[in-house]
Design a protein around this ligand. Structure first.
Ligand SMILES: CC(C)(COP(=O)(O)OP(=O)(O)OC[C@H]1O[C@@H](n2cnc3c(N)ncnc32)[C@H](O)[C@@H]1OP(=O)(O)O)[C@@H](O)C(=O)NCCC(=O)NCCS
Length: 217
């Protein structure tokens, strides 16, 4: 089952520059079909451990069809944001967050975030999830479902900060339901809550164009 857009989806938008918490600038925008090669190259830059955490399998290549599905998205039933490094030639992808609506439950979408190892731990995963949450809320998605390796502390910490409910753990994989925060102001004062509020402030024009998403100490 698909669902009509609750508000017009953001199919294209000019990249916005945001600063990570160490001051690194990244460009963020909805993903586009032209990002196919960026994802292909990005997969090869991910460590084996990160690839396993993302796919819960030892994936070393993505087929042309998989790359098409991951980049040719409608931003209604499949929403995806990409982060690029503007300081490097060709502006390579450094992170992606996506969610795909569950056909049997249109208010729910399966979520996944990936950040290149070299960019991890600087707030980018949280930032991409904040952008994704905002887009998902606008399309009527109220819950993210995630399947996360029980050893994936970084991902589990971020989802727990958002009030994740662990449904079960099977074969070392946690199934989580995460409420998509419709109003980031209601989130607790955690790193994740602060980044989500900064994303909302940036979208509302309360942060400068290259707004820093550093959390207040
Ligand atoms: C999981 C993953 C997406 C996290 O991305 P990331 O960019 O490293 O995450 P962040 O930097 O936003 O958050 C990591 C940590 O910094 C903290 N943090 C984030 N923003 C912060 C801020 N502004 N100030 C202080 N701390 C912050 C987070 O709470 C988290 O804390 P922890 O390290 O104590 O757990 C990334 O590690 C990854 O791509 N892993 C491989 C693929 C994967 O596991 N995907 C998940 C599939 S569901």
């Amino acid at each position: 089952m698909t669902m009509a857009a609750v508000t017009a989806p953001l199919l294209t938008a000019p990249p916005r520059e945001l600063l990570l918490r160490d001051g690194t600038g990244v460009l963020v925008r909805p993903i586009l079909p032209e990002d196919r090669d960026r994802l292909r190259v990005g997969l090869h830059k991910l460590s084996a451990a990160s690839r396993y955490h993302r796919f819960l399998a030892a994936v070393s290549e993505l087929s042309e069809e998989q790359l098409r599905q991951l980049t040719d998205v409608d931003q209604v039933n499949h929403i995806a944001w990409i982060a690029l490094d503007p300081a490097l030639p060709g502006e390579p992808a450094v992170g992606v967050a996506r969610c795909i609506r569950v056909p049997q439950d249109p208010g729910m979408a399966e979520v996944a975030v990936t950040v290149l190892d070299a960019y991890q731990g600087r707030g980018l995963g949280t930032l991409l999830l904040g952008l994704l949450s905002r887009s998902a809320t606008r399309q009527g998605i109220r819950t993210f479902r995630a399947y996360v390796d029980e050893d994936n502390d970084a991902m589990l910490r971020i989802f727990r900060d958002l009030g994740a409910h662990v449904l079960c753990v099977e074969m070392g994989v946690c199934q989580l339901d995460i409420p998509v925060p419709a109003d980031p102001e209601t989130l607790p004062d955690t790193p994740t809550g602060r980044v989500f509020r900064a994303v909302a402030a940036r979208a509302a024009g309360r942060l400068p164009s290259a707004g820093s998403l550093q959390a207040a100490p």
